[in-house]
Design a protein around this ligand. Structure first.
Ligand code: ATP
Ligand code: MG
Ligand code: FE
Length: 336
């Protein structure tokens, strides 16, 4: 089937066309308006989605060389995400489905981050473990089939992307902090400083502590030396990044051993992190894992992953009705 997919959960307005499981276009408009505030402002995100959506959809159809009448379905992100932002994509998709008289598909954004692995080769085989790390989530997901997933571990407070972004902000790096912290870390010594991290039971995480420990660390060090941060920025970034990666992978190793699964994937915005990608390659050798890392363009928010999920849902006749509404806290749940 040829499907148009819309993503509008946060601050990326994106549209993609997929045909027979092959992505033909993936247009992403990143909203620059939030930079001056150092974080996403929900109301401004909704307004920017409204402005960007139609041009982005037109461009996605044009790039794919597909006309509206060739579309067999239209898909959108139902959640999780910001309510106002989701409403824009949802309302557009509902109107489009009604106008074109084609079925509507509601997609779970977190499930889609994982299904991004099926856009290009190599593709993981079932069952696999996916460490899903993004701006709002940190989960270890047992993926049994395309649409059958179980969250076996998750953060009890902050997401790891939040830990990256907030630490970066404390260090004076511009928004969005995660990618900047990554870049700066590449120039530093990851063993320069040590930061404690909370240990949670099972495969769960806690990332709120590291914010506080970085805060107190900086307070202490800048007391006598106001230039401590500029003098040591790469080392601080590298040390924080190493701590976050170590924490993430410890639980993943445990889950892989317990469940005897060596098909290991990462997904979500933080899977773009070069340190995490490198460490995962090292672990692949050490633990004899087959690791799967998405292309950079499919790590952070994009509609191609929504289109990929919609493709599998279409094949299962998993359609939504006109009564569907966005769900900001939508959870991944097992199909069975
Ligand atoms: P969610 O998917 O949980 O709803 P989201 O959609 O806002 O949240 P994504 O777009 O998937 O999140 O990811 C954005 C997050 O990824 C931000 O926290 C950002 O800082 C982080 N991120 C992106 N690139 C990197 C990088 N290279 N290193 C570390 N973090 C990164
Ligand atoms: Mg974003
Ligand atoms: Fe996301």
């Amino acid at each position: 089937p040829t499907i148009l997919a819309i993503e509008s959960s946060c601050d990326e307005t994106s549209a993609s066309v997929i045909s027979g499981g092959k992505v033909l276009s993936n247009i992403v408009a990143t909203q620059a308006v939030h930079e001056q505030y150092g974080g996403v402002v929900p109301e401004l995100a909704s307004r920017a989605h409204q402005q960007n959506l139609i041009p982005v959809v037109s461009q996605a159809l044009l790039t794919a060389n597909v006309t509206k009448s060739e579309l067999k379905a239209v898909a959108f992100t139902r959640g999780p995400g910001l309510l106002g932002a989701l409403l824009v994509g949802c309302s557009f998709a509902k109107s489009f489905a009604l106008g074109m008289n084609i079925p509507l598909i509601e997609v779970n954004h977190m499930q889609a981050h994982i299904l991004a692995h099926f856009i290009d080769d190599p593709k993981p085989s079932f069952p696999f473990l996916c460490l899903t790390v993004s701006g709002g989530h940190t989960q270890i997901v047992l993926v049994k089939d395309y649409l059958d997933m179980e969250v076996i571990g998750l953060t009890t407070d902050d997401a790891v992307g939040e830990a990256f972004d907030k630490t970066a902000k404390m260090l004076g790096l511009p928004y969005p902090g995660g990618p900047m912290l990554d870049k700066t870390a590449a120039l530093g010594n990851p063993d320069a400083f040590a930061f404690p991290v909370g240990n949670m039971p099972g495969y769960n995480y806690s990332f709120s502590g590291i914010k506080t420990s970085v805060l107190y660390f900086l307070k202490d060090k800048t007391k006598d030396n106001p230039d401590f941060v500029p003098e040591n920025l790469p080392d601080i970034c590298a040390s924080v990044q190493k701590t976050l990666i170590k924490t993430l992978l410890k639980k993943l190793v445990q889950a892989s051993k317990d469940l005897n699964i060596n098909e290991i994937a990462i997904a979500g915005g933080v899977s773009a992190n070069t340190g995490l990608r490198q460490t995962l390659q090292d672990f692949a050798k050490k633990y004899k894992w087959n690791v799967y890392v998405p292309a950079f363009e499919y790590c952070t928010d994009n509609a191609a992953m929504i289109a990929m999920a919609a493709h599998f849902q279409y094949l299962k006749d998993d359609f939504a009705t006109q009564y569907v509404s966005p769900e900001p806290k939508l959870k991944i749940h097992s199909a069975l």
